[in-house]
Design a protein around this ligand. Sequence first.
Ligand SMILES: Cc1ncc(COP(=O)(O)O)c(C=O)c1O
Length: 404
Amino acid sequence: MNPGIAQLQPYPFEKLRGLLDGVRPPADRELIDLAVGEPRHPPPEFVLERLAESLATVTNYPTTTAGPALRESIARWLAERYGLDDTELAPTQHIAPLNGTREGLFSFAQCLLDRTPDSRVLCPNPGYQIYEGAALLGGAQPAYLDTTAETGFLPNFDAVSKKQWENIQLVYICSPGNPTGAVMPEQTLIHLIELADKHEFVIAADECYSEIYQDEGSPPVGLLQVCAQLKRNDFRRCIAFHSLSKRSNLPGLRSGFAAGDSQLIQTFLRYRTYHGCTLPRFIQDASTLAWRDETHVRENREQYRKKFDLARQILEPVVEFDFPAGGFYLWLATPVDDQQFAKTLFQEHHIKVLPGSFLGRPANGSNPGQNRIRVALVGTLTETELALHAIARCFTQTQQPTPD
Ligand SMILES: Cc1ncc(COP(=O)(O)O)c(C=O)c1O
């Protein structure tokens, strides 16, 4: 067996099932599940129509690179979203289609890491567990960089020592972040690129939440955008991962892409020929259309904004509320142990949220997810409102008495 398998942690939702096993929720209340980050807004009709129209293409094997239409549509989207017109960005050179970012973020590490015993992969903590698993199964060890209120919920790359940098081959970043919603500023990305040149590592930017943000006039900056601003027109050492799952409410389509450094992309495509993940033609056709349209994406953001406004109104009076710049999660500090809080919420209100400690690792002394919960605002406005009131009640009821 790959020795990394034994080091894999159960997935957070498995831990949640264990936590809630045997806990009886009130029988008269419907479950509101705000634990899983699965978008539940309706997907765009025109994409579903194209999907159905293209089903006859199942008679052919799709290729690893996908057809030109999809890659051109992605390149156009990237160029417009991030101002890449003056870069070398070419659909055939700089883009690899993926079955969603999860698969790509994972397999990229298998392609990149050299399996030397000291190799390390830097991951945000708390963070998306796939980075950790990708490191372990790629023959490396994960190294964790805590993102806490003190660091503005962002990794502080200056906290990594020179000695540590020597072994780091890959750095995962996530902006907007899951679970914190923090957006990495341009200056931090510039600094990280300088470090990548100095210490010779690759940056994998998970930008799957890039199109869910609060301020319509200020979309989150992306890694490739910063490359363009630096006139780093070949995107050396930089790869960004995107997906239609959150942007277009199509998590079941399994459609995304990686884009950036052409040498890395070409090697990744070679790896993927063996890996065998290809996008079926009907998914390519539907995705080509989805990347061309921004109207549904704006409407999607508007739906999230309404829920965030509600969250602010309902929760601000009872809990310190860090309004996330992007993504669709609330990352709330709990007055009692996060697992206990999640259990109480389920037991008394039939609401599922994710204990923050399931998303963090106690690698640097304490678990930075401890005493936080992640609330995914993915439901309807009505169920979100119901759930937020219940969460607010739970906050008030579980406040620990302040010591004299
Ligand atoms: C941070 C992060 N990255 C990647 C993914 C995977 O998304 P997908 O594979 O649907 O693109 C998720 C899904 O929830 C996520 O939260």
